[in-house]
Structure formats: C-alpha cells, structure tokens
Design a protein around this ligand. Structure first.
Ligand code: BGC
Length: 759
C-alpha cells in the first residue's frame, strides 16, 4: 500500500515510504528528502574517488607532492580512513575510480551503516566497454565504432557494457562522449564519434538507449553525455584550453548531439573543462539553465568534471576562492561535484549564510535520488560476487567485440596487394610499436590478462598458420625506439616476401606520461612520433611490398606512406580482439566496409580541416605546401569489392516548407566479393540568408550486397534535414534550391547529384 506523502511529512519516523519499493519514485524521493539533514543533502551532491585509488596514489607520492597534489585524488591532511568514515556518516553520494566489485560492495556496506542507508551511486569511465576495470570486455574505441556507421552496434555494445557494469556494482558510465571532434591535435579524438554532428548524434543516441534501457532494472546504467561543451575545438588543440565559438557554430555543430542525447533520455550530463566565450562551462548558467534545462527540458542531473569547479577559482580565475567557485557553479545549475573534501563544509556554510537557498540544494538532491531509486539501488545495493564473471567477458560479449572491430577498421589504400595471398607471401616480416602490444585496447583501458587480448601479431599467426612471421620487436614506446632495432628490421625485411609495419600512437593510461595520444595528450603535429617514419621508409627500401597498419586515436598525416606504400589500414584502437580482426581483413576473411568518421589531413598546418566547411574556406588555396584537400576525406574507405552508384532520383522537384522528398539510388556490387557498403546522403543549401556548409551528412544506410547484387536505397528528406539558423537565429526552412548528393564518400568525385526546390 502506498501511504500519501502528506501523512509522513510531519514526522520522520512515520512509515518510511522511501524504503517501500512499491511506492512511486517521486513519493519516495520526497519522503527521503524530508528526513535528510542539510549535511546529508550536500553530501549526496559530492563524489569521491575510491579508497584503493587513494591508497595507491598516496603510496607513490612524496610528502611534498602529497601536500600540493589534487590530480591524483589524494587529499592533503586526510586519509582513506576519513573517506570510510564519511561514507558511514552518509555524507558521500557517489564514488568514481572504484575498479573492483570487492571495493564497491565494501564501500556500499559502509553506506548501509549510515543513518538513512542511502546507497552509493558508483560512476566509472566505461567508454568502450567497462575497460577501465580489468576483466571486462573491451570493445573498439568510439572513433572506430563511428567508422562502422553501425548505430545498432553502438546500442548493442552499450547494452552489454551496462550488464557488465552492473555485474560489478557500477551504475553510471561517463559516456557517451558526444563532442564533435574538429581538431586532430586534441588527444581525445579517439573517444569521440568523429567530426560530423549527425553521425555523432546517432551514435550518442543509441549508446544512451543501450546503457539506460528503461533505467529501471539491474541491467541498466545511467548514461552521461559529455563534455558540455566546445572542448573538442580548443583554440590551440590542447585539452581544456579556451573554446571561442559563436552561438551559430554552437547551435549548428556542437549542440545537436547533446540535444539528441537529452531527447533520447540521457539522465546525466558532464560539463566541460574549458571556458566558453569567456565563461567557464562549470559556472555557465546560459549553458546549464537556459539551454539545457530551459530549451531542451533536461530532467536529469549535471555532474562536474574532475576538479573543474575548483578550477573556476585556481585556473579560470573568475572566483576569488574555492567557496566562491562552488557558489557560482551551484547557482549556474550544477548538481554534483567530482570530487573532493571541501565541498561538504563550504556548501553547508553557503546555505547557512543564506547565499544558497536550501530549496536550490533540494532540487539537486531530488535529481540524484530519483536515479538511485529508479536503478533499484535501495533494494539491491550490492552485486553478487559469485555471479559477476558469468556476465563479464561472456562469449556473447567477446563475439560482439570481435564483430565491432571487423566493421570499424578502415582500408585507406590498396594497390592490389590486399587481400594477402598466403601461398605467395610465405615469409612476412612484422614490426612496429603496435605489432604485439595491448595498446590496441586504446585509451580508457586497463591492462588485461594476455589471454583476453589478441594482438596483431597473434591475430596474424592465428589466421595464417602456415606463414612464417618474422617479428622484430620495436618496444611499445614511440619516443624511445632503438635505432639498432630499426636497422635490424630493415635488414631482415630483405629476406621477407612482404613486410607489415604496425605503427601509430601509444594510448594506455597506466603509463600516463609516456602516452602520445589520449586524454591530456595533445600534440603540435600529427605525424608519427619517434623513429616510426624512419622504420617504415627503411623497411620499404627492402623493395618488398610493405603494408602499414595504424593503431591510434587521432588522425595521423602519414603522407610518405600514402605516397609510397601499396596498402594502409587504419585500425584505430580496435579493442581486445582487434588483432584477429586486422588479420582477417588483411587475409580477406573479412571484407572491410568502414568509412572515415573524421577527415585525415596531410599535416597539422591544414587544420581546421573538416568536410562540412563553409563555401569560402578554400577560396584562396594555400600558396605553398599541401593542397586544400585532405589526405583522406570524411566518409572514405575501401573494400575488396567495387560498388556502382546509378539512377539517383528524387520523387519530386518541388516541395513546400513542410514537405518531404524521397531520394532513391541504385547501388550494385560490381566486384567479386560480397560486401557491406555505407551509402551516404549529403545536402547542400545553394543560396541561404546565412552561410551554409558545402555539404552536410543527413542520412546513410549500411547495405549488404552480394556480388552482382543491386539494391535500390531510398532516403526520405524531411524538413528538419533542410532547416538552419537564419540571421535572427531562428531555425527555419528557407525557400530555395537544394542539392542532394548520394555516394560512397564526402568527396565530390564519389557523389551523384540532383536538385530540388522548396517553394
Ligand atoms: C575526464 C572525464 C572523466 C573524468 C573521470 C576527467 O579527467 O575529463 O571525461 O569522466 O576525468 O575519470
């Protein structure tokens, strides 16, 4: 039976409605809120890092570092014992960086000793699988997934990740990252879905749906769309540097994936490190209150990024002290603080001083408790240790990781050497920093047990068991390659029938300062680091066919290789079975189908280089150096078969503003292998009152075609695909002519074109 809220409101110890699983969530929230002290409420808004994380980090730091350092989450003057005590006192709402089920259950047991027994919400960066914690399925990274254009795969991976997370008592993933990546220098490109707002939106939406399910079972987790906003176009390419973006660019490029995420039901959002047009995102009321909650009606809660509320004071300097920073952030709409010790005390003071109304605190606590109830944490605060490994790393999940890798690896160049003929190439030299390394797991992954990872060398041996693979180890560290090893590879290449160089970046975060790609690992060029180019050139000098495999997060301007080598494969970070997938593609067991979700420029000097640029971008081409065209364009990727596009037709040539056009095209597999083609539809508004991009992806289809088979593919062009922001920033469909382009990449030479008019 449900007892009305009013009955229990006048006395805390009346029937505890909040403990009644059959009561509506809203009533449970209100009942609990009434019982909470101010300290308990403010505590719900605070997050801490796990105690093992604190122990490990404080153990390796000097006394001085311990005093000043907050980055490793050690709190000077406090120990993990204090964190345990606060958990028991019920003044910590959430933890992050808890990496084992044992620790999660332990911390939860402490929370269960607290007065009101409010369970902890555990958050974790499960970016491509719950890979930050060992013994979980590691799927390809987001940029690889985006290149598959397979939104159902995004859903499936998120769904499986949610199950693996709940199996270790994790309830909240800090993903999907729905930032639109527009600068290859930025180290976080690999955790995004690339440069196109439409593709990023669809990938984000399916991820949100996959993670959250109905947000009411023990197979669902809370999704977090992040980072709001602009950090993916930092002014100098470095993480957290200012973003200076017009409202037009924000609304046209950066907002759509966030708005789509909110519409898909995402119930948490993380603000970005950076300032936006002079206001830190963490104290940006316009972003959080006006746009997110006002315009988009976001019902969930907003979490800060790592120490970024503090950075309003100590970095952006728009607050004179930390307490003022907390004030600014909360009043701008922040709900949860990641992470640290000063919050509870200072925020309580701010309320007691009358600066922050308690009703404002209640709003945030309501949003957080709502999620805890919905996820069933009050009923099931623990996860079962005896069942956990039945769910994590299951055969089904591993198979998905393999399939995803197969469809996200992009074939960039092939002058006929691929697929490899095992009877022709009997002896193959394999070398390069990523040839036999777990780095294929990518950023946001912990090292995994070797038996759970197939490196590229292992994959080659598995797929071509009769081939003799001669491996010259170059170590994992591109910055510290040994010249003698480069020479050795060059010498041994002479005795091989073919060479495979596996190059790229280093991304594993357990070697935080040694990486060349990933979070906080930005670059002032986009070339291969260290002796990698030398290695490629010297090995190729053997005169034997040399293939380049890239393992990386950001686009790499591999110009020499693109000019001189017969084949290049962009694997990105393909996850735990990436090595098998790469080998299957090299040997033609899998016909590659992925297309670039991001432009690959020739060089850093070409940045910003995006396919959906404005018409004047290349009015005056570069006078010297590289041309105005990329090394490889957005939407591009080869296959072992060929496809013919013909008969692009529009069902009408004229529509009204709210009308629709159907575009259809015939696609035929004209080659000798079955394949999957990603058919892309772009739109260009020919004349408009505000400038419009030369083309924008507005639809696509993944189409399976057997050899010789033809299919008619049709797309419905609805008004939302034609609308844009006019001079007054009103979203409208303007009369005029539109060009429809359909084809195999964003490159004009790959596109058929037709026109229609809106009257
Ligand atoms: C990153 C976030 C991440 C958080 C917690 C921050 O440094 O910017 O994306 O969720 O750390 O690990």
């Amino acid at each position: 039976m449900v007892i009305g809220a009013s009955l229990c409101s006048f006395e805390g110890n009346k029937k505890e409605v909040y403990k009644d699983a059959s009561a509506p969530v809203k009533e449970r929230v209100e009942d609990l809120l009434k019982r909470m002290t101010l300290e308990e409420k403010v505590g719900q808004m605070n997050q801490f890092v796990g105690i093992e994380h604190i122990k490990t980090n404080s153990a390796v730091m000097t006394a001085d570092e311990l005093k000043n350092n907050t980055a490793n989450a050690f709190y000077p003057g406090f120990t993990y014992k204090d964190v345990e005590k606060w958990t028991e006192q019920g003044v910590i709402g959430s933890f992050l960086h808890v990496l084992t089920l044992k620790e999660a259950n332990y911390l939860q047991s402490l929370a269960m000793k607290s007065r009101l027994q409010i369970p902890i919400l555990f958050g974790i960066d499960a970016i491509h699988g719950n890979a930050n914690a060992p013994d979980n399925t590691v799927y390809p990274t987001n940029i690889n997934l985006a290149c598959s254009f397979d939104t159902l795969m995004a859903y499936k991976i998120a769904r499986q990740t949610a199950k693996e997370m709940r199996a270790m008592n994790m309830h909240w993933t800090f993903n999907p990252n729905v930032e639109v990546a527009r600068d290859a220098r930025w180290g976080r490109v690999g955790e995004t879905y690339g440069e196109d707002p439409y593709l990023v939106s669809l990938m984000g939406v399916q991820s949100v749906k996959g993670y959250q399910g109905n947000l009411n079972s023990d197979a669902d987790v809370l999704a977090c769309i992040k980072h709001f906003v602009g950090g993916s176009e930092p002014i100098n390419g470095t993480n957290g540097s200012p973003a200076d973006l017009s409202e037009r660019t924000l609304r046209e490029v950066f907002f759509p994936p966030f708005e789509a995420g909110v519409k898909a039901g995402a119930m948490s959002l993380m603000t970005a490190h950076n300032e936006l047009n002079g206001i830190p995102c963490h104290s940006n009321e316009w972003l959080i209150e006006d746009v997110l909650r006002g315009e988009w009606k976001f019902p969930g809660f907003v979490v800060s990024d790592w120490m970024d509320i503090e950075h309003i004071h100590d970095l952006h300097a728009t607050a004179e002290n930390i307490k003022e920073a907390f004030y600014q952030s909360i009043m701008a709409g922040m709900d949860m603080h990641m992470h640290g010790i000063h919050w509870n005390e200072m925020v309580v003071e701010l309320v007691k001083e009358g600066r922050i109304p308690e009703s404002r605190i209640d709003e945030s606590v309501r949003r957080i408790l709502d999620i805890k109830f919905r996820l069933g944490l009050f009923e099931h605060p623990y996860a079962d240790e005896s069942k956990t490994m039945k769910i994590r790393l299951s055969a089904e999940h591993r198979q998905t990781a393999l399939e995803a890798a197969r469809s996200g690896i992009v074939l960039l160049k092939n002058e006929g050497v691929l697929p490899l003929n095992a009877s022709k190439y009997k002896r193959i030299l394999v070398t390069g920093i990523n040839a036999d390394d777990e780095n294929i797991l990518g950023d946001w992954s912990a090292p995994e047990k070797p038996e759970n990872v197939t490196t590229i060398l292992e994959g080659l041996k598995m797929i071509a068991p009769d081939t003799q693979f001669d491996f010259v180890d170059q170590g994992w560290d591109p910055r510290n390659m040994n010249p003698a090893k480069v020479t050795e590879a060059a010498d041994r290449a002479k005795f091989a029938d073919l060479n495979i160089v596996v190059a790229g970046e280093y991304m594993m975060r357990f070697r935080w300062t040694d990486r060349t790609d990933g979070e906080d690992t930005d670059r002032s060029d986009i070339d291969l680091v260290g002796l990698q180019n030398e290695l490629i050139e010297k090995v190729a000098a053997s005169g034997k066919p040399t293939i380049l495999i890239l393992v990386n997060g950001r686009p790499l301007g591999v110009q020499w290789a693109a000019e001189h080598l017969p084949a290049i494969v962009e694997a990105w970070a393909p996850g735990m079975y990436g090595g098998q997938a790469v080998a299957e593609i090299l040997y033609g067991k899998v016909n590659p189908s992925a297309k670039l979700a991001i432009t690959i420029p020739h060089s850093v000097g070409q940045l910003q280089m995006i396919y959906n640029h404005k018409p004047s971008q290349y009015f005056h081409p570069y006078a010297a150096g590289k041309p105005s065209t990329p090394l490889y364009p957005f939407g591009y990727g080869l296959s072992y078969t060929t496809y013919k596009y013909e008969d692009l037709k529009l069902d009408r040539k004229e529509i009204s503003k709210d009308g629709k056009v159907e575009a259809s095209v015939k696609v035929t597999n004209t080659g000798t292998r079955d394949g999957v083609e990603i058919v892309q539809l772009y739109i260009h508004d020919k004349y408009s009152s505000a400038t419009r991009p030369v083309k924008e992806l507005k639809d696509f289809a993944r189409v399976s075609l057997k050899t010789g088979e033809s299919k008619n593919i049709s797309f419905i062009i609805t008004p939302d695909k034609l609308a844009f922001y006019d001079k007054k920033m009103q979203k409208i469909v303007e009369p005029g002519e539109f060009t429809i382009m359909v084809g195999s990449s964003s490159d004009d030479k790959d596109l058929l074109k037709e026109e229609f008019a809106v009257k």
